[in-house]
Design a protein around this ligand. Structure first.
Ligand code: G1P
Length: 294
């Protein structure tokens, strides 16, 4: 994607993937939750492809123990490719190639202790350096023709500063998310004057929650480096983002798309049904099956 704005381009994205995936046990006892398949590719590949579509050039994985399989997934697998070539499976070769990254694209670092999302992002500080960057939480899957991060890049090219993806949720659900305090709301973008992580329902400043897509300025690392604990005793990204407000522009983007929380079974199964119904090679079969069992 061509960068036509006057703001410093966003070339790097961080993927925090050290989480244990306890909501999926025992499936995730050994296998990383990011490797659970959504249609024909793992969750992490959906996140990677969304970032690549948005023009991201460097992909920073913040991993942890037992996550090596994710790096393997994005590596070149010569034996597999040779076998597919010998068997003339060109369509599969093309599919496998969608999951390959070169040495110049993939960078991994580790989060040794699960101290919170803010801490995971801080672990990427050296690899990000002094430039704006994106964050994608692979659990949050957003299905749309035009990827959510691409939509956010458009907003960034217009406003600069910091952008988070937001959506309206019922008030009873606000305690699960980072919630924004809107200063002004023009429908598509919202000017943010405050952010609270998982507030009590009666204290939520709005019903607009942050979904796992961010474009942030590197100054956020100054605040993350303080390692201050917040909600749930964790180092929260939300708390450090909140400190940028007032010094830099901070906007929420009401993205277009269907959001699924694939960190839990409900959202994951709904996402799989949706992706199957959108896939021409599966659609008719799955649709008639669903109709037959209802
Ligand atoms: C994290 C963030 C939260 C955000 C959410 C989106 O929470 O801390 O602000 O709203 O992701 O999925 P988690 O779901 O990791 O508890």
């Amino acid at each position: 994607m061509q960068n036509t704005s006057s703001f410093k381009p966003v070339r790097k994205a961080v993927f925090p993937i050290a989480g244990l995936g306890t909501r999926f046990l025992p499936a995730t006892k050994v296998m990383p939750k990011e490797m659970l398949p959504l249609n024909d590719r793992p969750l992490i590949q959906h996140a990677f492809e969304e970032a690549r579509e948005a023009g991201i050039e460097e992909f920073v994985f913040v991993t942890g123990r037992q996550k090596e399989m994710i790096e393997e997934h994005f590596d070149h697998q010569p034996e597999l490719m040779r076998t597919l070539e010998q068997r003339g499976k060109d369509d599969m070769i093309d599919k496998v190639k969608t999951s390959e990254m070169s040495e110049a694209q993939l960078f991994c670092t580790r989060q040794a202790n699960p101290l919170g999302l803010g801490h995971a992002i801080w672990c990427a500080k050296k690899l990000i350096g002094d430039e704006p960057f994106a964050i994608i939480l692979p659990d949050d899957v957003i299905h749309w023709e035009r990827g959510c991060l691409t939509q956010m890049m458009d907003a960034y090219n217009e406003h600069g500063g910091n952008i988070v993806a937001v959506k309206d949720v019922p008030r009873e659900e606000t305690y699960k998310y980072g919630i924004i305090d809107p200063a002004s709301d023009n429908g598509k973008t919202v000017d943010i004057q405050g952010l609270v992580e998982k507030p009590d329902i009666d204290k939520a400043p709005s019903t607009l929650c942050v979904i796992g897509r961010y474009i942030l300025q590197p100054e956020v690392f100054n605040y993350l480096s303080a390692f201050e604990k917040g909600t749930g005793g964790e180092i929260q990204l939300t708390d450090s983002m909140a400190k940028l407000i007032g010094n830099q522009p901070f906007h929420g983007l009401r993205f277009e798309g269907d959001h699924f929380d694939c960190g839990g079974r409900n959202g994951f199964i709904k996402a799989n049904i949706t992706y199957a119904l959108k896939d021409p090679s599966l659609r008719d079969d799955i649709k008639s099956y669903i109709e037959s069992i209802l």
